[in-house]
Design a protein around this ligand. Structure first.
Ligand code: GLU
Length: 483
C-alpha cells in the first residue's frame, strides 16, 4: 500500500521551527518510501487564520524545498463533510445533542467534582431521544458531543510503540459546536480519512488528542492510520522553544543568511539520526538515509551554534559560480574587477570558505582581498600599531626588506619572516600582528602567508608602505606630545 502522509499546519501564525521539522520529516519519509505527501491547511479557526499566514507557510515550505504531491487542501472546504460525519454519528446513536448551558454545566461539574462532559451526558440521557428530537425541531440550539464508548483506544505509534488509553481517560468531546462548526478532532479525522492518510506524523503536543481521534475513526468506520509523535524541540536552556530563544519562525533564519539546505539538514536531525556519526548531509543523503525506525524518543535541543556550523559547511559546498556571484553583488569599489580572474578568485574562496558561516561572512572575509579601501579595526590598530608605533615601524620595515629578494610563495615568505623576527630578537607573532593589520585592517585573518600570497607582492608591499606612513605620522605626533 502506498504510504500517504500529510502536513497540516494551522495558518494562525508563521511557519515555526517545530512545524517546519514536522514538514521535513513527513516529506523525507514520503520521498524515501515512494509515498505521497499531502499539504492541508487547517483553517477552520476563522478568527485566528489568515491568508497572510497561509502564504508565509507556503513560502517557508518552498524556501526549504519541501514540495507536496497533493494540495494544498483547505480544511474549511470540507466543512459540509465534517458536519455530515457528525450528524451520521448522531443518527447512529454514537453522539448526542447537548442542549445544556455551558455555565450551568461547569458550575454543577465543579460542585460534584466531575468532568463537565459527564454532566452534559447525564442531562442528555435524562432528556432522552424523543425529548432531544423535540427540542431540535423546536429550534433550540445544541452542540453535538461524541459518546465515548466503553473500552480502550489502542494505536500504534512509531516513536512510542503501542499506546493504550482507557475510555475513562477520554471525555465526551464536542464534535459540532452549537453554531454548526466542526471541532478540530472531528475535522482532522474526517480529512485524514478522506485523503487516505496512512501515517500521521506530528509533534507530540498532539499525543493527548490521538485517543479521541482513534475512537472517532472506529465510530465512523474509517481505516485508522499509524501514528508517529515526534518529541518537542527545546531551547538550549532545556525549556520549550519559544520567542525567548530568539527567532523561531523559519523566515527569520532566511533573513539571517541561513541557507535552506542547512536549515533542512538541521531540522532533519532534530529528533532523528542516521544511525552513524554523520551530521553534515545533503538533502539527497538525508532522503537516502531517512527511515521512521530511527526517530528518537527524547526531546531535541535547538542548538544555534550547530545550525551555523552546518550553514558554513553547506555554504562551502555551494557551486563556486554562485559564491562568486554573491561576492560580486556584495562588494563594490576599486578592485572588484579582480573577481573576474577565475584562478585568483577560486584561491580566495578556498581561503575564506572555512572561515565563513554565512554569505555575509563570506563577503566580509573577501573584502580586504578584493577592494583596496581597507576598513581598519580601531582595536587592532590601537593594539598592534599605536601602542608602540616605533616598534611596529621597525618590524614592518624589517619585513619589507626581508621580503624584497624572495620568491613570493608561502614557504619562502615564511622563512623570510622568521629570519627577520630572529634578527630583531622577537617572536614571530610580534611581526605577524602588525603585518596582519597592515594587510587586512583586522585583528584576525586567514594564515598570514596565505594572505600575502593571495594579495600578491605589489599590493602587499603597497599596504605595508602605507602602514609605515601612518606609523611615521603617529610616531611624530607621539614625539611632539612628549617634548
Ligand atoms: N493543525 C494542527 C496544528 O497545526 C495539526 C493537526 C495534526 O497534525 O493533526 O497543530
Amino acid at each position: 500500500m502506498t504510504m500517504r502522509l500529510r502536513f497540516a499546519p494551522s495558518p494562525t501564525g508563521y511557519l515555526h521551527v517545530g512545524g517546519a521539522r514536522t514538514a521535513v520529516f513527513n516529506w523525507l519519509l514520503a520521498q524515501s518510501a515512494g509515498g505521497v505527501f499531502v499539504l492541508r491547511i487547517e483553517d477552520t479557526d476563522r478568527a485566528r487564520s489568515s491568508d497572510e499566514h497561509t502564504q508565509v507557510i507556503l513560502d517557508g515550505l518552498s524556501w526549504l524545498g519541501v514540495t507536496w504531491d497533493e494540495g494544498p487542501f483547505f480544511q474549511s472546504e470540507g466543512v459540509e463533510r465534517h458536519r455530515a460525519d457528525a450528524l451520521r454519528l448522531l443518527a447512529e446513536g454514537k453522539a448526542y445533542r447537548d442542549f445544556s448551558d455551558p455555565e450551568q454545566v461547569r458550575a454543577e461539574a465543579k460542585e460534584r467534582g466531575m468532568h463537565p462532559s459527564k454532566v452534559a451526558r447525564e442531562q442528555a440521557d435524562a432528556l432522552g431521544a424523543d425529548g432531544s428530537d423535540q427540542r431540535a425541531v423546536a429550534g433550540d440550539p445544541f452542540a453535538v458531543r461524541f459518546r465515548v464508548p466503553d473500552g480502550e483506544a489502542v494505536f500504534h505509534d512509531l516513536v512510542h510503540g503501542e499506546m493504550r488509553f482507557g475510555s475513562d481517560d477520554v471525555d465526551d468531546l464536542v464534535i459540532l459546536r452549537s453554531d454548526g462548526t466542526p471541532t478540530y478532532n472531528l475535522a482532522v479525522v474526517s480529512d485524514d480519512a478522506e485523503q487516505g492518510i496512512t501515517l500521521v506524523l506530528r509533534g507530540d503536543d498532539h499525543l493527548s488528542n490521538t485517543p479521541k481521534q482513534v475512537l472517532l475513526y472506529q465510530a465512523l468506520g474509517y481505516a485508522q492510520p499509524t501514528f508517529a509523535h515526534v518529541p518537542m524541540i527545546l531551547g538550549s536552556d532545556g525549556k520549550k522553544l519559544s520567542k525567548r530563544h530568539g527567532a523561531t519562525a523559519v523566515g527569520d533564519y532566511s533573513g539571517q543568511g541561513i541557507l535552506p539546505e542547512a536549515m533542512f539538514n538541521f531540522l532533519a536531525l532534530l529528533g532523528w539520526s542516521p544511525g552513524d556519526d554523520r551530521e553534515f548531509m545533503s538533502i539527497e543523503e538525508l532522503t537516502e538515509a531517512f527511515s521512521a525506525d530511527r526517530l528518537l524518543k527524547s526531546a531535541s535541543v535547538f542548538d544555534t551554534e550547530k545550525l551555523e556550523w552546518l550553514n558554513g559547511r553547506h555554504l562551502a559546498a555551494r557551486p563556486t559560480e554562485e559564491l562568486v556571484r554573491a561576492l560580486e553583488e556584495g562588494l563594490d569599489g576599486p578592485g572588484v574587477e579582480r573577481l573576474g580572474d577565475p584562478v585568483w578568485t577560486a584561491a580566495l574562496l578556498e581561503l575564506i570558505k572555512p572561515r565563513s558561516r554565512t554569505m555575509n561572512d563570506l563577503v566580509e572575509q573577501a573584502r580586504p582581498f578584493v577592494t583596496d579601501d581597507l576598513a581598519f579595526d580601531d582595536k587592532a590598530v590601537e593594539k598592534h600599531w599605536l601602542k608602540s608605533p616605533g616598534e611596529a615601524r621597525e618590524r614592518l620595515s624589517a619585513l619589507l626588506e626581508a621580503f624584497s629578494g624572495v620568491a613570493w610563495t608561502h614557504d619562502e615568505l615564511e622563512s623570510a619572516l622568521r629570519g627577520a623576527a630572529a634578527k630583531l630578537e622577537v617572536g614571530a607573532g610580534k611581526v605577524i600582528h602588525p603585518l596582519r593589520v597592515a594587510l587586512t585592517g583586522n585583528m584576525a585573518s586567514p594564515g598570514i602567508f596565505d594572505v600575502l600570497v593571495q594579495l600578491g607582492r605589489e599590493r602587499s608591499e603597497q599596504r605595508v608602505n602605507s602602514a609605515l606612513e601612518r606609523l611615521a605620522e603617529a610616531g611624530a605626533e607621539e614625539h611632539e606630545s612628549l617634548s
